[in-house]
Design a protein around this ligand. Sequence first.
Ligand code: HH2
Length: 260
Amino acid sequence: MLGILNLTPDSFSDGGLWNDPPRAVERALSMLEEGADLLDLGAESTRPGGGVYGAGAAEVPAEEEIARLLPLLEAVRRATDAPLSVDTRKGEVAERALAAGADLINDVSALADPRLARAVAEAGCPVVLMHSRGELPTMQRGIHFEDVVGEVRAELAEALAHARSAGIDESQVVLDPGIGFGKTREQNLALIARLGELSALGRPLLLGASRKSFMGRGPAERLGGSLAAVAWTFGSAAIVRVHDVAETVQLLDVWEALAA
Ligand code: HH2
């Protein structure tokens, strides 16, 4: 399980909560104590625009993302040996993060920046490639899929082939259907319901459904829906990306005990 640590002022559900080093370290350690296996540090919100989030998140220049991320990443790195992922779309940020001790890169743009692909290929580290269509500011407009699961599967296969052609070994890659990124509520539900069909791609799958807007209500009131998505994908998602670590651990413990 991957615990989310948003080091941003504007993330949709926890913006501004953890953006100073002592609080970030405290939050990181508490998620690990609660049972997170790894942490995902993000210094740029990727809230898509054109839908419920209006204009979406503002694009952050690389220098600003680095200035936000590095002190917090360094502080968390000093405090724990747990694997640390960095959520970024920018090669420059990925290079600095890997040099500062990040273990993997989580790229919601699936290698749109060739410099990020080079950094990952050179480091030989794991990388998450997430599915999305279009640009973040307008992603929730004009959405069209005939067969969302089939098309996401085909586009993730293309992302994997693109990674290989950039010198990244297939064994480094984790794939993610990109819940909430350029998809309607029904399409998000179909991708979660049929996540197992993406196993045909032969790579571990990551699911990021935590507190996403397709569940309706406000972000703080989406715990039940977030847990339902984790429960449903037990067995098909290798990694779940969550805000509510303790609650998710409890769900998984009980689920496993029932299945034993
Ligand atoms: N979702 C968000 C951010 N990064 N990475 C992956 N691999 N998969 C996801 O579904 C995913 C992601 C958006 O959620 P959050 O980090 O909570 O919000 P924000 O982007 O506003 O910081």
